[in-house]
Design a protein around this ligand. Structure first.
Ligand SMILES: Nc1ncnc2c1ncn2[C@@H]1O[C@H](COP(=O)(O)OP(=O)(O)OP(=O)(O)O)[C@@H](O)[C@H]1O
Length: 312
């Protein structure tokens, strides 16, 4: 059963900005990643899903409720962590958390205390004196203190340091084990890869691919990086091989060869004729998959490769 259903959502802001015909579903107990760089349309989609904007066309259902007509009920039910945070002025973290607990009519503070501990949050300072990362921790606590079954997270780790980003992944995995349904918008490959069951890639307002994360993890296409002993060996290989050489780095005497698992023997038979420094396997990653749709960050034409660990 789907807990979130986005059907052909369109919001056209003009000049090809907005979202166009976006469709996806998040199943019960599923962690669904919404992956794209700044401006791709993640926040626009999520704001419609939470009922802050009316779809120009298309429809969204959350727990079978219409995102626009039943917005108030959806806001009560869903744990929503917005990308941009807004807090009341002149309130301490503790006063704000207590206020939110009263608003949500929470009497059992076990989940709240667990979150405060987990994120090592000091709730005593005033909100407007806290760092961005600390304010994000407060937002995490208040978004999930009522232990919601559906979590909608818009770039949740922005502003968190690497240790707390890891902690957040632990939290998501904990929620996943508890059977929660989660929509995670992100531009960080590692957090999507570590948590998601399925992933939609969004580009310029359109979903260009929806993929089962395990299909990427178990991809049978492998890339091997090979460094030859010297320039002559490198050149001899490049001139003679019939293998699929995807990257050539003449200055380092390196190549990358892409090969299916079943053709591995062919690779080693071919390589036995050359002097090598090393050969290593490079696993096909979510980033590689993503770059099929967004090619701009990868430049191999000059014999150099720029690898990015997030997209901006
Ligand atoms: N209210 C608005 N009026 C006009 N254009 C808008 C509005 N909101 C968003 N856009 C445009 O729609 C596009 C998608 O923006 P959106 O914020 O959804 O992207 P995003 O993927 O969430 O990126 P980010 O990571 O920067 O938040 C952008 O080109 C943005 O400038």
């Amino acid at each position: 059963m789907s807990v979130i259903e986005v059907e052909q959502l369109t919001k056209d802001y003009g000049s090809h900005r907005g979202v166009f015909d976006v469709s996806f579903e998040v199943g019960e107990g599923e962690v669904f990643g919404f992956l794209g760089p700044n401006g791709a349309g993640k926040t626009t989609t999520i704001r419609h899903l939470m009922g802050f904007s009316k779809p120009q066309s298309g429809a969204i259902k959350v727990s079978n409720k219409d995102s626009w007509k039943d917005a108030a009920a959806i806001k009560r039910e869903v744990g929503y962590l917005p990308g941009e945070l807004a807090f009341p002025k002149n309130m301490t973290g503790k006063a704000f958390i207590d206020f939110m607990a009263r608003e949500r009519q929470i009497s059992d503070m076990t989940k709240t205390d667990h979150l405060i501990d987990m994120f090592e949050l000091d709730i005593s300072p005033k909100l407007d004196t806290m760092s961005l990362g600390t304010r994000r921790k407060v937002a995490i606590v208040t978004a999930f203190m009522h232990d919601p079954d559906i979590l909608v997270l818009d770039e949740p780790t922005s502003g968190l340091d690497p240790v707390m980003q890891e902690r957040f992944i632990e939290f998501l995995l904990e929620e996943k084990r508890a059977g929660k349904s989660i929509l995670l918008s992100s531009h960080i490959f590692s957090e999507v890869d570590a948590t998601c069951d399925r992933i939609a890639i969004i580009k310029e307002g359109e979903v260009v691919s929806t993929v089962v994360a395990d299909d990427i993890r178990k991809n049978e296409n492998k890339t091997y990086k090979i460094e030859f002993a010297d320039e002559n060996e490198y050149q001899r290989f490049v001139d003679n091989t019939s293998l699929d050489t995807t990257v050539k780095r003449p200055r380092q005497n390196q190549v990358k060869v892409e090969i299916k698992d079943e053709n591995i023997k062919e690779l080693f038979t071919d390589l036995s004729q050359y002097q090598l420094n090393f050969i290593t396997e490079e696993k096909f990653s979510l980033e590689d998959y993503f770059m099929n749709f967004y090619d701009t960050n990868k430049s191999v034409s000059s014999g150099e490769e720029v690898l990015s660990h997030g997209i901006h």
